[in-house]
Design a binder for this molecule. Sequence first.
Ligand SMILES: NC(=O)c1ccc[n+]([C@@H]2O[C@H](COP(=O)([O-])OP(=O)(O)OC[C@H]3O[C@@H](n4cnc5c(N)ncnc54)[C@H](OP(=O)(O)O)[C@@H]3O)[C@@H](O)[C@H]2O)c1
Length: 215
Amino acid sequence: MRIGVLGTGIVGQTIGGKLVALGHEVKMGSRSATHEKALAWVAEAGARASLGTFADAAAFGELVFNCTSGRGSQDALAAAAAQLDGKVLIDTTNPLDFSNGFPPTLFTGGTDSLGEQAQRLLPSCRVVKALSHITASVMVDPGSVNCGDHDALICGNDAQAKAQVSGLLQEWLGWRRVRDLGDISSARGIECYVALWIRLMGQVGSPTFNIKVVS
Ligand SMILES: NC(=O)c1ccc[n+]([C@@H]2O[C@H](COP(=O)([O-])OP(=O)(O)OC[C@H]3O[C@@H](n4cnc5c(N)ncnc54)[C@H](OP(=O)(O)O)[C@@H]3O)[C@@H](O)[C@H]2O)c1
């Protein structure tokens, strides 16, 4: 499959690298078509990897991942809005505000979310919130958390898009438990969890962990 990855950070590089390794073609998008980190990633990832602007990557992808910073997400998506029309967008972003130091606060305030903002900005795009509550390495290797099955949380307004994302999380990335939390407003809950995730990381002493929902 042809996949667009918006963002050149660790999440974009990790997801892009895994998908290339699985045999997919991946175009990494950023604000510049000659982004230094994207160039380095392409050189390492090989022939199935390429780079371009946000719009180039969105146009290339049959499926698109949003791996931009929370603060930059709306601008990045706006730059690719026409190319995202009708597509499934997997949104991995968190609304982290580091302006007052660490730990960061959430600039969406609990009454909105980046997932909802993306869906409002792109009404004909099918936004699925996914993977944002998991550190990048675990996103593509759930088996690195040594506790058996644990949960990947998703939400979105389009049932077909969520079924597709759930399937690819399982088939491509190895997730065995995908929990659908409902419509895109559940992104508020998923994104707010990052405030707890940060405290847990301090207590666990590593980002390599996840939640396992038991009842
Ligand atoms: N790190 C993790 O393990 C992890 C885990 C779960 C979720 N997340 C979330 O995943 C997203 C990506 O995280 P990351 O650590 O890989 O990267 P990041 O450093 O948060 O963001 C990287 C990308 O955002 C772009 N960006 C920044 N400001 C922008 C703006 N104003 N307009 C357009 N683009 C802008 C950057 O472009 P430039 O290179 O041009 O500056 C870069 O491509 C974040 O929302 C993060 O909260 C991260």
